[in-house]
Each structure stands twice: as structure tokens, then as C-alpha cells.
Design a binder for this molecule. Structure first.
Ligand SMILES: [Zn+2]
Length: 242
């Protein structure tokens, strides 16, 4: 049993110095192997402010991998253009769908489906997919993502896009998610962009980085301090220490 007043303010080991690019401890940084990919479909990652403390978060790493990716932390933005920092038509952007869609509800042979405002697949899928200029991915736990959704009404104007992962997240048991199929931000973005652009190499490169980060995490885990225990209300979605 740990003393409840046991301090977490242990001097970090030298190997825990933070990388200025991904903001991860050096032991988890995989930036040296990242070669940015020129993506045609834009990516906007909006991160809930409380997501930032996560060691195994993937939002920054995802953005570092892509030449056209914008990463923002906050709760609300007045418009898509304001969030992106450039003009954009929200009708040509799609937000990764938060609702649940059963695999059997996907049209046959489809890994991606574009939905209307009610969550119903659009009749002309090819045309709807071809119109998409960019995708928005919300980074946080499921409830944090829901908060971002409701705090940014401009998202309601856009399309929604649902994906059908062929396998569960690489996170495995390192993270608990309410839905088994829930992918990390990196995996979701990799899936979306590789399918929308028809370039499987995008997914290959991003997943390789993610796997490398997780390997490093698992390798260093016994020697590293336990995750911060002082904010139990944020435990959901944190890596398990046991
Ligand atoms: Zn780094």
C-alpha cells in the first residue's frame, strides 16, 4: 500500500527530459524516425485541454507526421476557419463520427462511410467521399470528444465520417476505452487519410511510429514513476499501471 501523501514530485531522471516537438519524455520520443508525409486531405486535430497530460497521447505525433495537419488545444472555436487558421468550407470537411455504427450497417465492401446530420449514410458515397477536403479528429476520451462536439456548433454543418476498423487499437490493454473498437487519434487519422487518398503507405508509416512508441513505453514501464495519481477524476482512459 502506498502512503497517500507519498510525493509524486520526484526529480525526473535524465532520460525523462521532455522532447520539445512531441512533448514526451525522451524515453518515449520517436520523433527522430518521423519523416513528414505530404498529405492531400487536410487534418485538423482538436484536443480537449484535459487530454494533455497523457503520456501515451498520439495527437502531436500524428501532426508531426503530416505536412498538412493543424493541432489545436481548447474547448471551442468560432468556426472551422478559425480553428484551422485559414479559409475553409465546413461542408467539405468531415468530422470523425462519435456515434456508434455497427459493422454490419456499413455498405458492403466499405471501410469508410459518409453520414448526413442524422447519422444516416448518404446515397452517393463515392461523390461524397470525393468532395472531402479535410477531416477533423477530436482528441480525448469519448466524453471529452462529446464535449468538443457540442461546444463547436460549426461541426454540425459538416459531414460525418464513420470508419470500420479491421482490428482493435494497438493500445491493447494499455488503455481502457468504453468501446472496444475505439482507435487512438493517430490510428483514426491514419485510417482516414490512407483510405481517402488511396495511399496505404500513410497508415503504414504512422502505425510504425505508434508501435515504436508503445514498445518504448512497455520497455521503460517498470523503471518509470507511476502515472500521476493526484487527479483521480482524470483516470479514465489513462494507461493502467498494473
Ligand atoms: Zn519527440
Amino acid at each position: 500500500m502506498t502512503d497517500p501523501f507519498d510525493t509524486d514530485d520526484i526529480e525526473p531522471a535524465a532520460s525523462d527530459a521532455e522532447c520539445p516537438r512531441c512533448l514526451k519524455p525522451a524515453a518515449l520520443c520517436v520523433c527522430d524516425a518521423v519523416e513528414p508525409i505530404e498529405n492531400r486531405i487536410g487534418l485538423l486535430i482538436l484536443q480537449h485541454p484535459q487530454e494533455q497530460a497523457k503520456e501515451l497521447g498520439t495527437a502531436r505525433l500524428t501532426a508531426l507526421h503530416l505536412t498538412d495537419a493543424v493541432f489545436k488545444i481548447g474547448l471551442s472555436w468560432p468556426s472551422l476557419a478559425a480553428a484551422l487558421g485559414r479559409p475553409a468550407d465546413p461542408k467539405r470537411w468531415a468530422v470523425l463520427y462519435l456515434g456508434s455504427m455497427r459493422p454490419q450497417d456499413f455498405p458492403p465492401g466499405r471501410e469508410l462511410v459518409v453520414l448526413d446530420r442524422k447519422g444516416v449514410p448518404l446515397p452517393e458515397q463515392e461523390a461524397a467521399l470525393a468532395e472531402i477536403e479535410g477531416v477533423v479528429v477530436l482528441d480525448g476520451t469519448w466524453s471529452q470528444a462529446k464535449t468538443l462536439w457540442w461546444r463547436n456548433p460549426w461541426m454540425l454543418k459538416g459531414r460525418r465520417i464513420a470508419l470500420k476498423p479491421q482490428r482493435p487499437s494497438l493500445y491493447g490493454k494499455l488503455r481502457r476505452e468504453p468501446r472496444r473498437e475505439a482507435l487512438s487519434t493517430l490510428e483514426s487519422a491514419a485510417f482516414l487519410l490512407s483510405r481517402l487518398e488511396g495511399r496505404p503507405e500513410i497508415e503504414t508509416a504512422l502505425l510504425a511510429s505508434f508501435a515504436r512508441m508503445l514498445d518504448r513505453y512497455r520497455a521503460t514501464q517498470p523503471a518509470r514513476p507511476r502515472p500521476d495519481r493526484r487527479r483521480p477524476q482524470q483516470r479514465r482512459g489513462r494507461p493502467r499501471s498494473g
